[in-house]
Design a protein around this ligand. Structure first.
Ligand SMILES: [Zn+2]
Length: 68
């Protein structure tokens, strides 16, 4: 299993099970929810540039955006 990072909320996402993904600049991004995916699609350059940090640096394990 390989966990990837939701670039919108930084939650960990399993790329094999999530249905929410988007391609941008030849790279595939995965999301925890439709809401995060939609936010990414609205402004992909903003979120993709936030994406380059290591997977263990974020203590948060929950999507703050989707908890509404
Ligand atoms: Zn999310």
């Amino acid at each position: 299993m390989f966990m990837v990072r939701d670039p919108v909320c930084f939650m960990e996402v399993d790329e094999n099970t999530t249905e929410y993904k988007a391609e941008y600049n030849g790279k595939t991004y995965y999301f925890c929810s439709e809401r995060c995916m939609d936010l990414f699609k609205l402004n992909p350059s903003k979120y993709s540039s936030r994406f380059d940090f290591k997977i263990d640096e974020n203590p948060c394990s929950r999507c703050n955006l989707c908890r509404w």
